[in-house]
Design a protein around this ligand. Structure first.
Ligand code: FE
Ligand code: FE
Ligand code: FE
Ligand code: ZN
Length: 185
């Protein structure tokens, strides 16, 4: 589709977001299944429900504009999902895998936040307030999902990942240091 107007661009952005969300509804169940931390699993599952809702909001926007939902594929989301799949395959320690899943999921949320933020601004500029409100509602959910992932990483997953594999060596070094310190005293 050639884009000549801001309205064309808004339609393009909506279709890209629709493709992104549809891809996510298929990827998130796999990520939830791979997650070992319970809070993380819950957060991903909750966001899957939200994502299904977000698909519906976009369908409402398409209906309001009188356009079809099809016509654009979000290549970026395909790439982000591929990276998440790679992380799931290549990470063997549970806690490190959780940390990797969060890193991938936060990339996804930031990508979506950028997309919804731009689309909302276009809708506002065009005086499409109903659409702008729908996009803002989703943007708020994406931001909250990102925050939640961040909290889980900092409070649970990253500290647990510190204990994994190579960490043993560090612990050894640390206790040697402590012994030295004790010896000095
Ligand atoms: Fe989303
Ligand atoms: Fe995209
Ligand atoms: Fe990347
Ligand atoms: Zn999201």
């Amino acid at each position: 589709m050639t884009m000549q107007t801001l309205r064309d661009l808004l339609v393009h952005e909506l279709k890209d977001l629709y493709s992104a969300e549809k891809q996510l509804t298929k990827a998130l169940p796999k990520m939830a299944k791979a997650a070992t931390n319970e809070s993380l699993q819950e957060a991903i599952t909750k966001h899957l429900e939200e994502t299904e809702n977000q698909v519906q909001r976009l369908e409402e926007a398409f209906a309001a504009l009188g356009i079809a939902t099809r016509g654009a594929k979000c290549d970026a989301m395909e790439g982000l999902i591929k990276e998440a799949q790679k992380a799931m395959k290549e990470t063997s320690d549970d806690a490190v895998l959780d940390a990797a899943l969060i890193a991938e999921a936060q990339r996804v949320e930031h990508y979506e936040m950028a997309g919804y933020g731009c689309a909302r601004a276009f809708a506002e500029q065009l005086g499409e307030n109903e659409i702008a409100d729908l996009l803002q509602a989703t943007l708020d959910e994406e931001a909250a999902a990102n925050e939640k992932l961040n909290d889980i990483a900092l409070s649970e997953v990253n500290p647990a990942a510190m204990e994994a594999g190579g960490g043993e060596e560090d612990e050894g070094e640390e206790s040697e240091e402590m012994e030295e310190e004790e010896a000095e005293v």
